[in-house]
Design a protein around this ligand. Structure first.
Ligand SMILES: [Zn+2]
Ligand SMILES: [Zn+2]
Length: 212
């Protein structure tokens, strides 16, 4: 699997190009800003964009949906519990402040355990509520994309509408920390000392998820 991590120019958001090497098709995860730069990165690596996946419905992950979908016709996917947030982006002051232009409605609503087929590569949907009710992580052997659920040495906020601290910590333990230790953790923001980590390192040392 081809993984390209792209640090965007606002909010320290990470977007990802996740490509299937055989069919040269790819998904873009959270292409929120700098959409021209993300699209050229995919094109330069030789990948055609077939999927847009939002890890959750906040505008710092979804504000580029319209631009990317218009440019590629790719299918837009988000968990069902965050889907209605997409329609509200246009009306959010925060979104407009970030230059967001709203989002088209999702083409596919995701649920826990669903699989997304990118060419011959499969991404599994892990529903990890806590940051938002419809937050998801995406797993393929060797890689997990954790959105705003788990950061390197930190976790997502749980004080926003629909958030829950206990639910967030439970999601991390039940859905992420049970993955193989050498799985690379690809977070939704560059908030930690390194841009990526592993399940083992976070399970052993993340100060926000240690059991008392
Ligand atoms: Zn968020
Ligand atoms: Zn975020």
């Amino acid at each position: 699997m081809h993984v390209e991590q792209i640090l965007l120019s606002k909010m320290e958001t990470f977007a990802y190009v996740v490509g299937d090497e055989k069919t040269r098709t790819c998904a873009l995860i959270d292409p929120a800003f700098d959409t021209d730069r993300i699209l050229s990165a995919a094109a330069q690596s030789g990948y055609k964009v077939t999927h847009i996946i939002n890890t959750h419905g906040h505008s710092d992950h979804c504000a580029g949906n319209d631009a990317v979908k218009s440019a590629t016709g790719a299918r837009l996917m988000i968990h069902s519990a965050d889907a209605e947030k997409l329609g509200k982006l246009l009306h959010s002051t925060f979104s407009r402040m970030l230059g967001g232009k709203g989002s088209p409605a999702a083409d596919v609503l995701l649920e826990d355990g669903d699989t997304i087929q990118i060419g011959e590569t499969t991404l599994g949907v892990l529903h990890t509520p806590g940051h938002t009710p419809g937050s998801i992580c995406l797993y393929s052997p060797g890689h997990v994309f954790t959105g705003d659920t788990l950061f390197v040495q930190a976790v997502g906020r749980s004080d926003l509408p629909g958030g829950s601290g206990p639910q967030l910590i439970a999601s991390i333990h039940r859905k992420i920390y049970c993955l193989p230790g050498d799985t690379v953790v690809w977070p939704g923001h560059h908030y930690g000392p390194t841009p990526s980590s592993t399940v083992r390192i976070e399970r052993d040392t993340n100060p926000f998820t240690q059991m008392a």
